[in-house]
Structures are given as structure tokens and as C-alpha cells.
Design a protein around this ligand. Structure first.
Ligand SMILES: [Zn+2]
Length: 301
């Protein structure tokens, strides 16, 4: 989830873009403002990234079709198809949703019913509870296939590995590894360099977050670059560091709770090492003590 801090300038830019292009306004959903749908960018041979209008999408061009990872906010189906058509005339045959959130699953239903949609099994259970998937027109966007811990799609140079290591952002966060490209899509398990958003309603856990990334770091090999949920391309080491950041946050919360500090005070006192200097330490939502308050709640259970 990307919060645009300089809202005024973004809205200004959006109005300008609308006047010029017609459909380029930022999209608002769930209290967040998302930049407009961006242009497709090449990441590696046969692998592309489409930013904006929700989470980053990945496009994997195979011999007989395209795998699309994440479908952004509602209403972006045609926009995604137009971007994909600028690099290949092959149809979208498969969709992977990294998790349940509407900025990653919102345009599922705009793809034909014969497109196979694949998610981690807990993500499917979460999606079934969402209003947009309950109505008849939305049901086509529900997953056709699920997996528990690991699933390999396709073979040879086209192979794509899906991994689930445990709760973090939600309890259904998939990591997608494009083996031949040595690139991984993290969804919002690693959305950006900053405090994570923890969706406890969908089984997320701040307490488990660093541990879950640690398991991924131990269990995944041969990845150089990372497509994150809501920021520009990053390196594998950034993902490794993000696990450490979350473990440090838990350690700090544990010590602060023992010392009787309020969540707000504990958040203010959180001073991670210099390598995290570029991190945004403002909670994504819920006020100044939010991440620590969530950790306190989990620690007290
Ligand atoms: Zn999310």
C-alpha cells in the first residue's frame, strides 16, 4: 500500500493527467491514493513489470501465453491488457495473486473465465469473504487452483515457483520466483522500505513477519532482483534486510512492553541501524503507535 504523502501535488498532477490523457488519474481505495497505471517496463528476457493503479504487476511471457502476477485495483483489466499487448500478442492464460487485497486482485474478474487463477489456499479463503467476489459477475475472479507451501508452474526455462512460508502481511502471502530470470515478486510481504502493514483480519502477523522472511531467505535460492509490492525494483539483499528490520522491530516491541512504554513512545524510540536510514518509520495507517500497538496485542496473547 503506497500512501502518497504530498497529496495535494499528486491530485494536482492527476487532474493535469486527466485533462491530457483521459484515464490517468490516481486511484483511491481503502484510505490510500495510488499513482495511475504506469507503462510496462522490461525487467529481464520475457519478464516485465507494470507499476501503478495498485500493486506492481509482473508479466511473464511464455511460449503459449502470458502469466500475470497481480491485477491491481478494480477497473484496470483493459489497461493491463493494453500494456501487455505492447510487448506480446499472446493472451493472458494464468493469473497469480500474491495475496487477497483489492489492489492486487481487483481486476481479476475482467479477464476471461478460462484464465486460470492461482493463489495460496488461505488467500482463497480471504477472497471468498470479499464483497466483489460474492456477486455473480465477480465469481469469475475467484481462484481456480490453490497450493499450500509450494507449487511449480510450467517447466524448463519457463518454470515459475510459488512459495508460502507463513503469516506476515496476511496469512496467504505468495512469493513468485521466475527461475530463469532470477527475479522474485514479493507482493506486499515486502511492499517498500518502511514499516509493514499487518492485516490481522486476514491472518497477518507482525510477530511472525521477520521469521517468515527468514524462512524465505533460507528456502529460496538464485534470486538477484526483486519486484516489490509498491516501489521500484530492489535487490535480493534488500529483501534479506527487510526480514532483519522486522525482527529488530519485534525485539524492540518486546523490550518496550517489558519497560512499560506506550506504543507511541516505543515507536518514537525505535532507532534501527544506519543501513535502514532510507526506511519510512511512519506507520502506514492507524496512528503514530500502530505497528508497536499491534505487536503488543500479539505479545499479550
Ligand atoms: Zn496488501
Amino acid at each position: 500500500m503506497k500512501r502518497i504523502l504530498i497529496l495535494g501535488s499528486v491530485i494536482g498532477a492527476g487532474l493535469l493527467a486527466m485533462a491530457v490523457a483521459g484515464q490517468q488519474e490516481p486511484q483511491r481505495a481503502g484510505g490510500f491514493t495510488f499513482p495511475p497505471l504506469g507503462s510496462i517496463e522490461k525487467v529481464a528476457d520475457n519478464l516485465y513489470r507494470i507499476p501503478g493503479a495498485g500493486g506492481n504487476s509482473a508479466v511473464w511471457v511464455r511460449g503459449d501465453g502470458v502469466l500475470l502476477v497481480d491485477t491491481k485495483l478494480p477497473g484496470n483489466g483493459q489497461g493491463l491488457i493494453d500494456q501487455i499487448r505492447s510487448v506480446t500478442d499472446k493472451p493472458v492464460t494464468h493469473i497469480v495473486n500474491t495475496h487477497t487485497h483489492p489492489d492486487h486482485t481487483g481486476s481479476n474478474e475482467q479477464f476471461p473465465a478460462n484464465v486460470e487463477i492461482i493463489v495460496q489456499e488461505n488467500a482463497r479463503a480471504s477472497m471468498e469473504k470479499m464483497d466483489n467476489f460474492k456477486v455473480a459477475a465477480g465469481k469469475v475472479g475467484l481462484p481456480d487452483r490453490t497450493y499450500k507451501d509450494r507449487l511449480t508452474l510450467f517447466s524448463g526455462k519457463e518454470a515459475v515457483d510459488l512459495y508460502y512460508f507463513g503469516p506476515a502481511h496476511t496469512n496467504g502471502d505468495t512469493l513468485v520466483v521466475f527461475r530463469n530470470a532470477r527475479v522474485m515478486h514479493t507482493g506486499d510481504l515486502f511492499a517498500m522500505k518502511g514499516l509493514p502493514l499487518i492485516d490481522t483480519n486476514n491472518g497477518g502477523s507482525g510477530l511472525a513477519y521477520g521469521e517468515t522472511i527468514g524462512k524465505a531467505v533460507a528456502g529460496i535460492r538464485n534470486v538477484d532482483r526483486v519486484i516489490v509490492g509498491h516501489a521500484d525494483m530492489m535487490r535480493w539483499q534488500d529483501f534479506v534486510d527487510y526480514g532483519e528490520f522486522n525482527s529488530l522491530l519485534v525485539q524492540h516491541a518486546r523490550a518496550s512492553l517489558a519497560a512499560g512504554k506506550s506504543p507511541e513512545q516505543a515507536m518514537m524510540d525505535f532507532k534501527p541501524p544506519a543501513k535502514f536510514a532510507g526506511y519510512n518509520l511512519t506507520p502506514v495507517r492507524g496512528g503514530p503507535g500502530m505497528n508497536i500497538a499491534g505487536l503488543y496485542a500479539e505479545l499479550k496473547k
